[in-house]
Design a binder for this molecule. Structure first.
Ligand SMILES: CC(C)(COP(=O)(O)OP(=O)(O)OC[C@H]1O[C@@H](n2cnc3c(N)ncnc32)[C@H](O)[C@@H]1OP(=O)(O)O)[C@@H](O)C(=O)NCCC(=O)NCCS
Length: 151
């Protein structure tokens, strides 16, 4: 039986999410920025948390992505430090991919900080490719992308 559940984040989760964000992200989002995405006023952003089945209010990590037309922008995926490397990021990523399949999304795009080699390795093992070689990227972020479901 599954040990985790994935559920929609709600505004009451903000403090738990913000403290994970501050612990694990090299450039953490502000509380206001996180809350804006959780509230999803335009109906295009999805913000989900992964929690233990027996304690669904305890957040271990989260994923946030936006679907614009047929393209998906993965904005954030974070797993709390003590839970990293146990497969939870993969579970969230796969869950998003199944959702994107149902939505018939055609492309997945991610901005990754140039120095975040662990995240780049995570994404490339899951099929994303760098849009340009890291050495050629001018700013701090490189684009990684993946073609999805073609009709
Ligand atoms: C990147 C991240 C979401 C991966 O989640 P995770 O639950 O640790 O990943 P999993 O256990 O499912 O998979 C581990 C894989 O991720 C990679 N990885 C990334 N960070 C890792 C870490 N700190 N510890 C172990 N593995 C890590 C490894 O390459 C490993 O690859 P493999 O299992 O395919 O061989 C997570 O480590 C994290 O929150 N990192 C900090 C925030 C971040 O950089 N987010 C991405 C940019 S928005």
């Amino acid at each position: 039986m599954a040990r985790w559940i994935i559920r929609k984040a709600v505004p009451a989760d903000i403090n738990a999410i913000k403290s994970i964000e501050d612990r694990v992200q090299p450039c953490p989002w502000s509380k206001e920025g996180l809350l804006r995405e959780i509230e999803d006023k335009d109906g295009k952003t999805f913000f989900w948390c992964i929690c233990p089945l027996i304690s669904p209010w305890e957040i271990l990590g989260y994923i946030c992505f936006r679907i614009l037309g047929r393209e998906c922008y993965l904005l954030n995926i974070s797993i709390d430090k003590s839970c990293q490397g146990k497969g939870l990021g993969t579970i969230l990523f796969r869950y998003m991919m199944r959702f994107l399949k149902r939505r018939k999304a055609t492309r997945l795009v991610i901005d990754v900080h140039k120095e975040n080699k662990e995240a780049m390795s995570f994404y490339s093992k899951r099929g994303l490719l760098l849009a340009a070689p890291v050495e050629k990227v001018r700013g701090n972020f490189c684009v990684m992308e993946m073609k999805l479901f073609q009709e």
